[in-house]
Design a binder for this molecule. Structure first.
Ligand SMILES: [Zn+2]
Length: 278
């Protein structure tokens, strides 16, 4: 076991169970899964029925009027909007799901949109419901000569086996000075509505703080230019030659954040129970 950020080999185990096991690196505070699941098992899990099982999505879904799109679709568009110049602007979403975000961007700006999506039903929906060109497969198998102006990964980056490698592939797909949108769960502010056994999930290989995401981005030719830290970490970065930023040791900070999350979670449960008794 080695930390993907600093190569240190010792970590604090978060949940003592067989699988998944996530560790907080003692030297830098990055949170990563070890051991990793079999790659083939995980891949086929995303390819088959992922959306139906996890998001209860069935059949073709076509959102057309403004109210049917959810707040995340809209937020992604709002963040990317200043960089969409005209209909020639090329937007790629990696992990495009059912294509809703791309459909919304297309509807609002009429620019070119394209997707990469491992699940068959998601790809089918994006193509047949919205007419969006979508590659059914994983990022490492996606081949194109195109360079994109904007690339979006919304709650996708935490799923990669090797996030550093994923960023280097993305760097080759993006125009110089292109914009990369990444949103991931914020390890420093876990969602207090979920128990930590569930929040640290079998699908999430890595958990990021802004510091660690910033380090990974700068190591791969991206400079973070905007960020928002809530239960999620939402960021915009620009593709350009940039100096690698240093990372901090956040081991104590991450441990504290998880401890506080536990307190908040049990307080929420207690309040729920008291409410029910009234
Ligand atoms: Zn580390």
């Amino acid at each position: 076991m080695k930390c993907p950020i600093c190569s240190h080999a010792e970590g604090t185990l978060i949940n003592d169970r067989d699988f998944p096991r996530h560790h907080i690196c003692k030297s830098c505070g990055f949170v990563y899964m070890y051991p990793l699941p079999e790659k083939n098992d995980l891949n086929s899990y995303y390819e088959e029925a992922y959306w139906e099982k996890h998001h209860n999505a069935k059949g073709l879904i076509n959102k057309t009027d403004d109210n049917s799109f959810d707040s995340r679709n809209k937020a992604i568009y709002e963040w990317c909007k200043p960089y969409i110049k005209d209909e020639k602007t090329k937007v790629l979403e990696i992990g495009a799901g059912y294509g809703h975000t791309l459909a919304y961007i297309k509807q609002q700006s009429n620019c070119y949109v394209e997707g990469v999506e491992p699940s068959k039903e998601g790809t089918y929906n994006a193509i047949h419901s919205y007419g969006i060109k979508t590659f059914n497969g994983f990022l490492e198998n996606y081949n194109t000569d195109a360079k994109f102006d904007i690339i979006i990964l919304s709650h996708v980056f935490e799923h990669f086996y090797d996030p550093m490698k994923a960023l280097s592939i993305i760097r080759n797909l993006i125009q110089e000075n292109g914009i990369l949108f990444i949103e991931v769960p914020n390890v420093l502010k876990p969602n207090s509505r979920k128990h930590k056994l569930g929040w640290f999930s079998k699908e999430h290989i890595s958990y990021f703080s802004k510091d660690k995401l910033n380090f990974m981005l700068s190591s791969n030719g991206f400079e973070m230019i905007r960020s928002e830290e809530e239960n999620y970490l939402r960021t915009l970065s620009i593709a350009k030659d940039t100096k690698q930023t240093k990372y901090k040791n956040e081991h104590g900070k991450v441990k504290r954040a998880i401890f506080i999350h536990d307190l908040l979670y049990y307080r929420m449960r207690l309040l729920q129970k008291l409410k029910l008794q009234k």
